[in-house]
Design a protein around this ligand. Structure first.
Ligand code: GLP
Length: 237
């Protein structure tokens, strides 16, 4: 099968495996384009990348990063924005050039134009070499909620209530969770040369089953990943 599936027995193991995949890519191709994700799942991987950098095993000087998504309406300095998250979780701790870190802007005056130019930027720089993905409980990837067209590119989305509830843990109250986001589309994600999907915890095992064995249908966006020619899934509970 085109799916390389790796079961781990701890979150640390998952984080190390994922970080190793990126470190190996960067050794071969220091100017690689990394597709990065937010959420809790990749945090351990980012810690491992920082460690690898501190130990002199990897440099990000020539690396470019592209994040999947951002909330609409949050300033970059807002602790709940994905800009802030990436800065604090990774970028501030490695030797990456801040000008090489790309995240869709959720505060652009013309959001439609922002979608088009984000998509253009990824293409112009040669496309994403490895895209890291988490898995939403309803099968969302990035912020592509159930019902999203498989042919979608970077676009503005209305967040599912269940996603707002799941993400409310980061905000002081649920009403503070933005109602909209800007996200790379499913087609944009599928164009990455390689995908590494991370899923950890009991709650993720049902959605993972649906990804692996369910019908490939927009009702469960992650199901499309089965058709990607080069995908690694690292999971555990
Ligand atoms: C969030 C993010 C996704 C992420 C997913 C799972 O809403 N937009 O990119 O993969 O939900 O998050 P977590 O890893 O915290 O379970």
């Amino acid at each position: 099968s085109n799916i390389d599936i790796e079961k781990v027995s701890s979150y640390e193991e998952l984080s190390k495996k994922a970080a190793n995949i990126l470190v190996e890519l960067l050794r071969e191709k220091p100017a690689a384009n990394l597709g990065l994700a937010t959420g809790s799942t990749p945090v351990g991987m980012y810690e491992q990348l920082i460690k690898a950098y501190q130990e002199g095993n990897v440099s990000f000087q020539d690396t470019h990063t592209y994040n999947l998504d951002e909330y609409i309406g949050l300033e970059r300095s807002d602790p709940n924005s994905y800009h802030y998250f990436m800065k604090k979780t990774l970028f501030d701790h490695i030797d990456i050039n801040p000008d090489h870190t790309h995240i869709p802007s959720g505060i652009a005056e013309d959001l439609e134009e922002e979608c088009v130019s984000y998509e253009r930027l990824i293409k112009a720089n040669g496309g994403i070499d490895i895209q890291i993905l988490g898995l939403g409980l309803n099968g969302h990837i990035g912020f592509n909620e159930p019902g999203t067209d498989f042919a979608s590119r970077t676009h503005i989305v209305k967040l599912a209530e269940s996603t707002r509830t799941a993400n409310a843990r980061f905000f002081s109250k649920k009403e503070d969770v933005p109602k909209q986001a800007i996200t790379m589309g499913i087609q944009s994600i599928m164009e990455a040369k390689k995908i590494v999907l991370l899923a950890f915890g009991k709650k993720k095992m049902d959605p993972l089953q649906r990804l692996m064995k369910g019908v490939v249908h927009p009702d469960f966006p992650a199901s499309i990943l089965r058709l990607h020619p080069n995908i690694t899934i690292i999971y555990g509970e």
